[in-house]
Design a protein around this ligand. Sequence first.
Ligand SMILES: NC(=O)c1ccc[n+]([C@@H]2O[C@H](COP(=O)([O-])OP(=O)(O)OC[C@H]3O[C@@H](n4cnc5c(N)ncnc54)[C@H](O)[C@@H]3O)[C@@H](O)[C@H]2O)c1
Length: 323
Amino acid sequence: MRILITGGTGFIGKQLAQRLLAAGHFTLDGQAAQAIERITLFDAFPGEGLPQDPRLEVITGDIADRATVARITDGADLVWHLAAVVSAAAEADFDLGMQVNLHGLLNLLETLREQGRGTRLVFSSGFAVFGGALPEVVSDNTVVTPQSSYGMQKAVGELLVADYARKGFIDGRVLRLPTVVVRPGKPNKAASTFFSSIIREPLNGLPAVCPVSPDTEVFISSPRRILQAMQHAMQLAPERLGNERIIALPGLTTQVGEMVAALERVAGKQAAQLIQWQHDPAIERIVCSWPTRVDSPRALALGFEADTDFDSIVQAHIEDTRG
Ligand SMILES: NC(=O)c1ccc[n+]([C@@H]2O[C@H](COP(=O)([O-])OP(=O)(O)OC[C@H]3O[C@@H](n4cnc5c(N)ncnc54)[C@H](O)[C@@H]3O)[C@@H](O)[C@H]2O)c1
Protein backbone atom coordinates (compact mmCIF):
# COMPACT_ATOMS: atom_id res chain seq x y z
CA MET A 1 0.00 0.00 0.00
CA ARG A 2 1.28 3.46 -0.97
CA ILE A 3 0.22 6.49 0.96
CA LEU A 4 0.43 10.19 0.12
CA ILE A 5 0.05 12.86 2.79
CA THR A 6 -0.01 16.42 1.46
CA GLY A 7 0.97 19.02 4.03
CA GLY A 8 2.82 15.97 5.29
CA THR A 9 5.58 17.69 7.23
CA GLY A 10 3.04 19.83 9.12
CA PHE A 11 1.73 19.07 12.58
CA ILE A 12 -0.98 16.50 11.82
CA GLY A 13 0.74 15.05 8.74
CA LYS A 14 3.96 14.25 10.55
CA GLN A 15 2.22 12.61 13.50
CA LEU A 16 -0.06 10.64 11.20
CA ALA A 17 2.97 9.33 9.30
CA GLN A 18 4.68 8.34 12.54
CA ARG A 19 1.60 6.38 13.63
CA LEU A 20 1.22 4.63 10.29
CA LEU A 21 4.89 3.69 10.16
CA ALA A 22 4.75 2.33 13.70
CA ALA A 23 1.70 0.20 12.82
CA GLY A 24 3.35 -1.04 9.63
CA HIS A 25 0.04 -1.90 8.01
CA PHE A 26 -3.35 -0.34 7.38
CA THR A 27 -6.75 -1.97 7.28
CA LEU A 28 -9.69 -0.71 5.25
CA ASP A 29 -13.11 -1.82 6.55
CA GLY A 30 -13.99 -5.25 5.26
CA GLN A 31 -10.55 -5.88 3.76
CA ALA A 32 -7.40 -7.66 4.90
CA ALA A 33 -4.63 -5.60 6.53
CA GLN A 34 -2.15 -4.35 3.95
CA ALA A 35 1.53 -3.66 4.57
CA ILE A 36 2.56 -0.05 4.14
CA GLU A 37 5.23 0.02 1.45
CA ARG A 38 5.70 3.74 1.16
CA ILE A 39 4.54 6.98 2.74
CA THR A 40 5.19 10.14 0.72
CA LEU A 41 5.10 13.36 2.69
CA PHE A 42 4.52 16.21 0.27
CA ASP A 43 4.91 19.73 1.60
CA ALA A 44 6.17 23.21 0.78
CA PHE A 45 8.75 22.71 3.53
CA PRO A 46 11.04 19.72 4.25
CA GLY A 47 10.08 19.70 7.92
CA GLU A 48 12.18 18.52 10.82
CA GLY A 49 12.30 15.67 13.32
CA LEU A 50 10.95 13.14 10.83
CA PRO A 51 11.53 9.44 11.52
CA GLN A 52 14.42 7.80 9.69
CA ASP A 53 12.61 5.04 7.83
CA PRO A 54 13.25 3.58 4.38
CA ARG A 55 9.48 3.56 3.73
CA LEU A 56 9.29 7.33 4.19
CA GLU A 57 10.02 9.85 1.44
CA VAL A 58 9.71 13.61 1.61
CA ILE A 59 9.00 15.61 -1.53
CA THR A 60 8.92 19.40 -1.41
CA GLY A 61 6.91 21.48 -3.84
CA ASP A 62 3.73 23.42 -4.37
CA ILE A 63 0.32 21.73 -4.33
CA ALA A 64 -0.81 24.44 -6.75
CA ASP A 65 1.57 23.08 -9.42
CA ARG A 66 -0.28 20.56 -11.57
CA ALA A 67 2.81 18.70 -12.87
CA THR A 68 4.07 18.22 -9.33
CA VAL A 69 0.69 16.92 -8.21
CA ALA A 70 0.66 14.41 -11.10
CA ARG A 71 4.06 13.15 -9.95
CA ILE A 72 3.24 12.79 -6.24
CA THR A 73 -0.10 11.08 -6.80
CA ASP A 74 1.28 8.52 -9.22
CA GLY A 75 0.71 5.08 -7.66
CA ALA A 76 -0.83 6.42 -4.43
CA ASP A 77 -3.57 4.17 -3.01
CA LEU A 78 -4.63 6.48 -0.19
CA VAL A 79 -4.34 10.27 0.04
CA TRP A 80 -4.70 12.44 3.13
CA HIS A 81 -4.95 16.01 1.84
CA LEU A 82 -3.81 18.23 4.70
CA ALA A 83 -1.82 20.92 2.84
CA ALA A 84 -3.26 24.33 3.60
CA VAL A 85 -2.56 27.94 4.25
CA VAL A 86 -4.05 28.21 7.72
CA SER A 87 -6.64 30.72 8.94
CA ALA A 88 -4.82 33.95 9.82
CA ALA A 89 -2.39 33.52 6.90
CA ALA A 90 -5.23 32.93 4.40
CA GLU A 91 -6.99 35.99 5.78
CA ALA A 92 -3.85 38.12 5.44
CA ASP A 93 -3.05 36.94 1.89
CA PHE A 94 -6.22 36.23 -0.09
CA ASP A 95 -4.36 35.19 -3.27
CA LEU A 96 -2.15 32.69 -1.45
CA GLY A 97 -5.13 31.19 0.36
CA MET A 98 -7.03 30.80 -2.90
CA GLN A 99 -4.02 29.32 -4.67
CA VAL A 100 -3.25 26.67 -2.06
CA ASN A 101 -6.57 25.98 -0.34
CA LEU A 102 -8.76 26.06 -3.42
CA HIS A 103 -6.69 25.67 -6.59
CA GLY A 104 -4.32 23.22 -4.88
CA LEU A 105 -7.27 21.03 -3.91
CA LEU A 106 -8.76 21.29 -7.41
CA ASN A 107 -5.41 20.28 -8.91
CA LEU A 108 -5.39 17.21 -6.73
CA LEU A 109 -9.01 16.30 -7.47
CA GLU A 110 -8.62 16.78 -11.22
CA THR A 111 -5.40 14.75 -11.28
CA LEU A 112 -7.03 11.87 -9.39
CA ARG A 113 -10.04 12.09 -11.69
CA GLU A 114 -7.77 11.82 -14.74
CA GLN A 115 -6.05 8.80 -13.21
CA GLY A 116 -9.47 7.16 -12.95
CA ARG A 117 -8.64 4.85 -10.04
CA GLY A 118 -11.32 6.10 -7.64
CA THR A 119 -8.56 6.86 -5.13
CA ARG A 120 -9.62 7.11 -1.52
CA LEU A 121 -8.96 10.59 -0.12
CA VAL A 122 -9.50 12.30 3.23
CA PHE A 123 -9.72 16.10 3.14
CA SER A 124 -9.29 18.09 6.36
CA SER A 125 -11.81 20.87 6.70
CA GLY A 126 -12.71 22.72 9.89
CA PHE A 127 -15.48 24.45 11.80
CA ALA A 128 -14.29 27.75 10.30
CA VAL A 129 -16.87 26.91 7.59
CA PHE A 130 -19.32 28.43 10.10
CA GLY A 131 -19.45 31.99 11.36
CA GLY A 132 -21.66 34.97 12.04
CA ALA A 133 -25.06 34.57 13.70
CA LEU A 134 -25.21 30.85 14.44
CA PRO A 135 -27.79 28.72 16.19
CA GLU A 136 -26.80 27.94 19.78
CA VAL A 137 -25.89 24.43 18.70
CA VAL A 138 -24.48 23.76 15.24
CA SER A 139 -25.62 20.44 13.85
CA ASP A 140 -24.89 18.28 10.82
CA ASN A 141 -27.60 20.18 8.94
CA THR A 142 -26.58 23.75 9.76
CA VAL A 143 -25.91 25.75 6.58
CA VAL A 144 -22.27 26.85 6.24
CA THR A 145 -21.72 30.61 6.68
CA PRO A 146 -17.96 31.26 6.69
CA GLN A 147 -16.74 34.63 7.94
CA SER A 148 -13.13 34.27 6.79
CA SER A 149 -11.48 33.51 3.45
CA TYR A 150 -10.02 30.33 4.97
CA GLY A 151 -13.50 29.22 6.07
CA MET A 152 -14.87 29.95 2.61
CA GLN A 153 -12.05 27.97 0.97
CA LYS A 154 -12.70 25.01 3.26
CA ALA A 155 -16.46 25.21 2.63
CA VAL A 156 -15.95 25.18 -1.15
CA GLY A 157 -13.43 22.35 -0.72
CA GLU A 158 -15.96 20.28 1.22
CA LEU A 159 -18.50 20.56 -1.58
CA LEU A 160 -15.90 19.77 -4.23
CA VAL A 161 -14.74 16.61 -2.46
CA ALA A 162 -18.34 15.50 -1.85
CA ASP A 163 -19.30 16.01 -5.49
CA TYR A 164 -16.18 14.35 -6.93
CA ALA A 165 -17.07 11.40 -4.67
CA ARG A 166 -20.72 11.41 -5.77
CA LYS A 167 -19.55 11.30 -9.40
CA GLY A 168 -17.24 8.40 -8.59
CA PHE A 169 -14.08 10.32 -9.62
CA ILE A 170 -12.60 9.68 -6.16
CA ASP A 171 -13.69 7.97 -2.96
CA GLY A 172 -13.55 11.18 -0.92
CA ARG A 173 -14.25 11.87 2.73
CA VAL A 174 -14.28 15.26 4.44
CA LEU A 175 -13.45 15.66 8.11
CA ARG A 176 -14.60 18.90 9.71
CA LEU A 177 -12.01 19.31 12.48
CA PRO A 178 -12.45 21.17 15.78
CA THR A 179 -9.48 23.33 16.83
CA VAL A 180 -6.71 20.89 17.73
CA VAL A 181 -5.24 21.56 21.18
CA VAL A 182 -2.53 21.05 22.49
CA ARG A 183 -0.48 21.33 19.34
CA PRO A 184 3.20 20.48 19.98
CA GLY A 185 6.14 22.44 18.56
CA LYS A 186 6.02 26.09 17.64
CA PRO A 187 3.09 28.45 17.08
CA ASN A 188 1.83 28.56 13.48
CA LYS A 189 -0.13 31.18 11.55
CA ALA A 190 -3.54 29.89 12.55
CA ALA A 191 -5.62 32.46 14.45
CA SER A 192 -6.26 29.64 16.94
CA THR A 193 -2.59 28.96 17.61
CA PHE A 194 -2.68 30.66 21.06
CA PHE A 195 -5.12 28.01 22.39
CA SER A 196 -2.13 25.65 22.32
CA SER A 197 0.55 28.21 23.22
CA ILE A 198 -1.12 29.09 26.53
CA ILE A 199 -0.73 25.47 27.64
CA ARG A 200 2.43 24.34 25.84
CA GLU A 201 4.70 27.30 26.62
CA PRO A 202 3.95 27.46 30.40
CA LEU A 203 4.51 23.69 30.63
CA ASN A 204 8.01 24.43 29.31
CA GLY A 205 8.50 27.30 31.74
CA LEU A 206 7.99 29.93 29.02
CA PRO A 207 5.60 32.90 28.88
CA ALA A 208 2.61 32.90 26.50
CA VAL A 209 0.19 35.58 25.38
CA CYS A 210 -3.56 35.03 25.50
CA PRO A 211 -5.38 37.46 23.17
CA VAL A 212 -8.93 36.68 24.36
CA SER A 213 -10.71 36.80 27.72
CA PRO A 214 -11.02 33.77 30.06
CA ASP A 215 -14.74 33.38 29.32
CA THR A 216 -14.07 32.79 25.59
CA GLU A 217 -15.55 29.44 24.58
CA VAL A 218 -13.81 27.09 22.16
CA PHE A 219 -14.62 23.78 20.54
CA ILE A 220 -11.57 21.53 20.58
CA SER A 221 -10.14 18.10 20.01
CA SER A 222 -6.88 16.58 21.19
CA PRO A 223 -4.19 15.49 18.71
CA ARG A 224 -4.78 11.87 19.79
CA ARG A 225 -8.46 12.01 18.85
CA ILE A 226 -7.69 13.73 15.56
CA LEU A 227 -5.13 11.12 14.58
CA GLN A 228 -7.64 8.37 15.37
CA ALA A 229 -10.27 10.23 13.35
CA MET A 230 -7.95 10.67 10.37
CA GLN A 231 -7.36 6.92 10.22
CA HIS A 232 -10.97 5.97 10.93
CA ALA A 233 -12.24 8.28 8.16
CA MET A 234 -9.94 6.55 5.70
CA GLN A 235 -10.94 3.08 6.89
CA LEU A 236 -14.72 3.49 6.63
CA ALA A 237 -16.28 1.44 3.85
CA PRO A 238 -17.84 3.71 1.19
CA GLU A 239 -21.24 2.05 1.70
CA ARG A 240 -21.37 3.47 5.23
CA LEU A 241 -21.09 6.98 3.84
CA GLY A 242 -23.20 6.89 0.70
CA ASN A 243 -23.31 10.36 -0.83
CA GLU A 244 -22.97 12.03 2.59
CA ARG A 245 -19.25 12.65 2.55
CA ILE A 246 -18.92 15.52 5.03
CA ILE A 247 -18.33 14.36 8.59
CA ALA A 248 -18.46 16.95 11.37
CA LEU A 249 -16.32 15.58 14.17
CA PRO A 250 -17.48 15.61 17.77
CA GLY A 251 -15.34 17.59 20.20
CA LEU A 252 -15.11 19.18 23.62
CA THR A 253 -16.61 22.59 24.41
CA THR A 254 -14.57 24.44 27.00
CA GLN A 255 -13.55 27.97 28.01
CA VAL A 256 -10.10 29.53 27.99
CA GLY A 257 -10.37 30.08 31.77
CA GLU A 258 -11.21 26.39 32.24
CA MET A 259 -8.18 25.43 30.12
CA VAL A 260 -5.93 27.60 32.29
CA ALA A 261 -7.48 26.08 35.45
CA ALA A 262 -6.64 22.60 34.08
CA LEU A 263 -3.08 23.77 33.39
CA GLU A 264 -2.86 24.94 36.99
CA ARG A 265 -4.23 21.63 38.32
CA VAL A 266 -1.70 19.66 36.27
CA ALA A 267 1.38 21.92 36.42
CA GLY A 268 0.81 24.30 39.34
CA LYS A 269 0.03 27.97 39.87
CA GLN A 270 3.42 29.15 38.61
CA ALA A 271 2.63 27.68 35.16
CA ALA A 272 -0.69 29.55 34.89
CA GLN A 273 1.03 32.78 36.00
CA LEU A 274 3.21 32.66 32.87
CA ILE A 275 0.17 33.63 30.77
CA GLN A 276 -0.02 37.31 29.81
CA TRP A 277 -3.52 38.51 28.97
CA GLN A 278 -3.25 40.92 26.00
CA HIS A 279 -6.48 41.52 24.12
CA ASP A 280 -6.17 41.29 20.30
CA PRO A 281 -9.46 42.24 18.61
CA ALA A 282 -8.39 40.86 15.19
CA ILE A 283 -7.69 37.37 16.58
CA GLU A 284 -10.78 37.53 18.80
CA ARG A 285 -12.97 38.41 15.82
CA ILE A 286 -11.83 35.30 13.90
CA VAL A 287 -11.89 32.73 16.70
CA CYS A 288 -15.14 34.01 18.19
CA SER A 289 -16.86 33.64 14.81
CA TRP A 290 -16.46 29.84 15.02
CA PRO A 291 -19.12 27.66 16.64
CA THR A 292 -18.46 26.35 20.13
CA ARG A 293 -21.39 23.98 20.63
CA VAL A 294 -21.71 21.23 18.10
CA ASP A 295 -24.01 18.25 17.86
CA SER A 296 -22.44 15.50 15.70
CA PRO A 297 -24.84 12.50 15.76
CA ARG A 298 -23.67 11.22 12.41
CA ALA A 299 -19.97 11.13 13.32
CA LEU A 300 -20.77 9.44 16.63
CA ALA A 301 -22.87 6.82 14.82
CA LEU A 302 -19.94 6.23 12.46
CA GLY A 303 -17.67 5.52 15.46
CA PHE A 304 -15.83 8.83 15.88
CA GLU A 305 -15.23 9.89 19.50
CA ALA A 306 -14.74 13.15 21.41
CA ASP A 307 -12.44 14.04 24.29
CA THR A 308 -14.19 14.18 27.64
CA ASP A 309 -12.14 16.67 29.70
CA PHE A 310 -9.27 19.11 29.29
CA ASP A 311 -7.10 17.82 32.16
CA SER A 312 -6.66 14.54 30.24
CA ILE A 313 -5.67 16.48 27.12
CA VAL A 314 -2.94 18.32 29.05
CA GLN A 315 -1.74 15.02 30.57
CA ALA A 316 -1.68 13.37 27.14
CA HIS A 317 0.31 16.28 25.72
CA ILE A 318 2.91 15.86 28.47
CA GLU A 319 3.11 12.09 27.82
CA ASP A 320 3.33 12.49 24.05
CA THR A 321 5.97 15.21 24.07
CA ARG A 322 8.11 14.01 26.96
CA GLY A 323 7.79 10.30 26.42
N1 LIG B 1 -4.80 21.96 13.62
C1 LIG B 1 -6.03 22.43 13.67
O1 LIG B 1 -6.50 22.95 14.71
C2 LIG B 1 -6.94 22.32 12.47
C3 LIG B 1 -8.31 22.61 12.62
C4 LIG B 1 -9.12 22.54 11.50
C5 LIG B 1 -8.59 22.15 10.28
N2 LIG B 1 -7.26 21.89 10.17
C6 LIG B 1 -6.74 21.51 8.86
O2 LIG B 1 -5.95 20.34 8.98
C7 LIG B 1 -4.87 20.37 8.05
C8 LIG B 1 -3.56 20.13 8.75
O3 LIG B 1 -3.43 21.08 9.79
P1 LIG B 1 -2.11 21.26 10.62
O4 LIG B 1 -2.52 21.77 11.94
O5 LIG B 1 -1.26 20.06 10.51
O6 LIG B 1 -1.46 22.48 9.83
P2 LIG B 1 0.06 22.74 9.44
O7 LIG B 1 0.16 24.19 9.09
O8 LIG B 1 1.00 22.23 10.46
O9 LIG B 1 0.21 21.86 8.13
C9 LIG B 1 -0.18 22.30 6.87
C10 LIG B 1 0.98 22.04 5.94
O10 LIG B 1 0.62 22.47 4.62
C11 LIG B 1 1.82 22.90 4.03
N3 LIG B 1 1.59 23.74 2.84
C12 LIG B 1 1.22 25.04 2.83
N4 LIG B 1 1.20 25.48 1.56
C13 LIG B 1 1.54 24.44 0.77
C14 LIG B 1 1.70 24.29 -0.63
N5 LIG B 1 1.52 25.32 -1.47
N6 LIG B 1 2.07 23.08 -1.11
C15 LIG B 1 2.31 22.05 -0.25
N7 LIG B 1 2.17 22.13 1.08
C16 LIG B 1 1.79 23.33 1.59
C17 LIG B 1 2.53 23.68 5.13
O11 LIG B 1 3.90 23.85 4.86
C18 LIG B 1 2.24 22.83 6.34
O12 LIG B 1 3.31 21.94 6.62
C19 LIG B 1 -4.97 21.71 7.34
O13 LIG B 1 -5.65 21.52 6.13
C20 LIG B 1 -5.79 22.55 8.28
O14 LIG B 1 -6.47 23.57 7.58
C21 LIG B 1 -6.43 21.95 11.24
